[in-house]
Design a protein. Structure first.
Length: 604
């Protein structure tokens, strides 16, 4: 059986060759080790303990279960289960549909995802950042900050109901351009047509990617890669001119300066040289009153583009008419070639002096006449035309209200006062759980907005969350905020003392500050594995292959992996619970007999 890492690496070698066709991709689905690698990738997700429509979860995973799936793929009898639809609240108060697939479907989808990633990843455009290894919201924002310098107009793009409106026939046609394996394409089509159950009524899916499906993100990127390639062609067509022409005033001043410089080189008298040098300095100073190049030069145009999932932003160096023309061309392409519709209310043309919203950041282009010295010691308007990323106060306000950590009180003049508030629903948790809740929320907010130019403004977020923490503790113990602050003060900071393995331990309230951090290497916003580079056998796979029960010690027996959602949910009363807690593992390798006894409550 071929090593899965070598297999994926081999497929990836041909990824950049647009003329290469993958004709025997389906047979890779018969590789048991590839399924074990997929299992390793997804086993830790808590959602795997949620039942699909077949009533199964990840619990009880075994080699036999994998082999059964492979056999059904070999004879093409495998049929994906419809996902179970539920709804979760959106920020605007509406409900978002969420599909819950069965775990067997998730496992096969993860294998397909790895194969598709190996086939397509290297051929994707550098302007695409959503759901890709080593890319994230931060890499998209960094690309904007470094590549959109000097743009005059933004086109903020949003595709209406993208994931629900992907055309199945167009998607299969796009896949068939590189994948010439009908069996593999039939399997993809099965997932697309699997449907969903809502209140135990079956609904067909005529468009869109699988709800909650692991393959949905990469299928979406394959679909929108056509838009990325179109934008590359549009960019090559739109861009013109090597550099802007100088302004009339700058041109005249440069001309005069050239004459003075020529006379300076010819002068032999020191007094004459000093006078000429003074005039040259005056001209250089006067040049600072005018922009060097003409911002309205119609012979110089540039187009910039960045996409994250179904949201994209276009930067235009040109006129508003150019921005409107680009928007119309994008609208025509998405409608005619992809059968998608741009959201009119969210696809906006914004002047770069104003704020465009992208990925939760406000984006503007700075206008500055301030001079700074460059690396050669010459003065320049270094900050002029630079892209500024800002944390919107509106986002911070909404997040604090969402957490219930703040209430807004209005003054007699109508001004908003943000006031920390007790989170009553946390009062029944222990102190350490409350602290962890606040720390994770602060750290998540801070990490996402750490590259904002005004990231220090998140200090207000931290201040309100800290006082909300003390108010919550005061509510819990029916005391005052001052009392709780004194009680939890540890040196210069605040924290909670608790017992860990019989010893006293301390966990501090968030104290790392909110200063801007420009570096985004190792960004883990998307948390997608780079399977080909980093995949390797883990103890989980080794334990599954060992055929040895970790409770009764039986050897050469069939093993099933028992999973729990969270270790903290275990009470530690039974032997097997103590066993899992001591090893800090959410999995337990058991023989079939011990696994049955565990679920019957008889494993002591």
């Amino acid at each position: 059986m071929r090593n899965p890492i070598n297999l994926l690496s081999s497929l990836q070698k041909h990824s950049c060759d647009k003329n290469y066709s993958y004709e025997r991709l389906y047979r890779n689905l018969f590789n048991r080790d590839l399924f074990l690698l997929a299992y390793q990738n997804i086993y830790a997700s808590q959602g795997n303990m949620t039942q699909g429509t077949d009533g199964k979860t990840i619990d009880g995973m075994s080699i036999r279960r994998i082999d059964k799936l492979i056999e059904s793929l070999k004879d093409e009898s495998y049929q994906p289960q419809p996902s179970r639809r539920t709804y979760i609240p959106k920020k605007n108060g509406k409900l978002r549909p969420l599909g819950i697939p069965s775990f067997d479907d998730k496992l096969i989808q993860e294998v397909i995802r790895m194969l598709l990633e190996a086939v397509y990843e290297n051929s994707f455009s550098d302007t695409s950042h959503g759901f890709r290894p080593k890319r994230s919201c931060h890499t998209a924002l960094q690309q904007i900050q470094t590549g959109f310098t000097g743009v005059k107009w933004f086109v903020e793009g949003d595709i209406k109901g993208f994931f629900d409106n992907i055309n199945h026939e167009i998607l299969i046609k796009i896949l068939s351009e590189r994948i010439k394996d009908e069996r593999f394409l039939r399997l993809i089509r099965k997932f697309l047509k699997a449907g969903y159950l809502e209140e135990w009524r079956f609904h067909n899916t005529y468009s869109g990617t699988p709800q909650g499906g692991i393959i949905s993100p990469i299928l979406a990127n394959i679909y929108l890669d056509k838009l990325d390639k179109f934008m590359e062609e549009l960019q090559a067509e739109f861009n013109c001119g090597k550099k802007r022409k100088p302004t009339k005033e700058t041109y005249e001043l440069e001309k005069k300066r050239g004459v003075l410089a020529k006379n300076f080189r010819k002068a032999t008298n020191e007094t004459e040289k000093s006078a000429l040098l003074e005039k040259i300095r005056e001209l250089d100073k006067k040049k600072g009153d005018y922009p060097y190049s003409d911002p309205f030069d119609s012979d110089f145009k540039r187009l910039r583009y960045t996409r994250y999932a179904d949201d994209f932003i276009v930067g235009i160096i040109g006129s508003k008419a150019d921005a409107k023309a680009v928007k119309e061309k994008i609208r025509e392409f998405t409608a005619e070639q992809l059968r998608l519709e741009l959201s009119e209310e969210k696809t906006l043309i914004t002047h770069s002096a104003k704020k465009a919203r992208f990925l939760g950041y406000d984006i503007t282009v700075r206008r500055s006449r301030t001079f700074t010295k460059n690396k050669n010691g010459n003065k320049s308007r270094y900050h002029n035309g630079k892209v500024v990323l800002e944390l919107p106060a509106e986002i911070m306000r909404r997040k604090l209200l969402e957490y219930g950590a703040m209430e807004i009180k209005r003054t007699v003049h109508g001004k908003e006062n943000w006031s920390p508030k007790s989170r009553y629903y946390l009062k029944d948790n222990d102190d350490l759980e409350i602290l962890d809740q606040y720390n994770s929320e602060i750290r998540g907010f801070r990490n996402y907005y750490r590259i904002a130019n005004n990231s220090a403004h998140a200090g207000s977020f931290g201040y309100i969350m800290q006082y909300s923490f003390f108010k919550t503790l005061a509510t819990k113990y029916r005391s005052s905020v001052r009392c709780e602050m004194n009680k939890h003060r540890i040196g210069k900071h605040f924290g909670v003392k608790y017992e860990k393995k019989g010893k006293e331990a301390i966990r501090l309230f968030y104290k790392d500050g909110f200063a801007r951090l420009k570096s985004i290497t190792n960004s883990e916003i998307d948390k997608l594995p780079n399977t080909v580079m980093y995949a390797s056998s883990t103890s989980l796979i080794d334990r599954l292959r060992a055929n040895k029960c970790e409770i009764c010690g039986a050897a050469d027996c069939e093993i099933e992996i028992h999973h729990v959602r969270k270790l903290k949910n275990l009470t530690g009363k039974t032997f097997w619970e103590k066993f899992m807690i001591a090893r800090n593992r959410k999995t337990l390798a058991l023989c079939i007999y011990c696994h049955k006894k565990l679920h019957l409550g008889k494993l002591n």
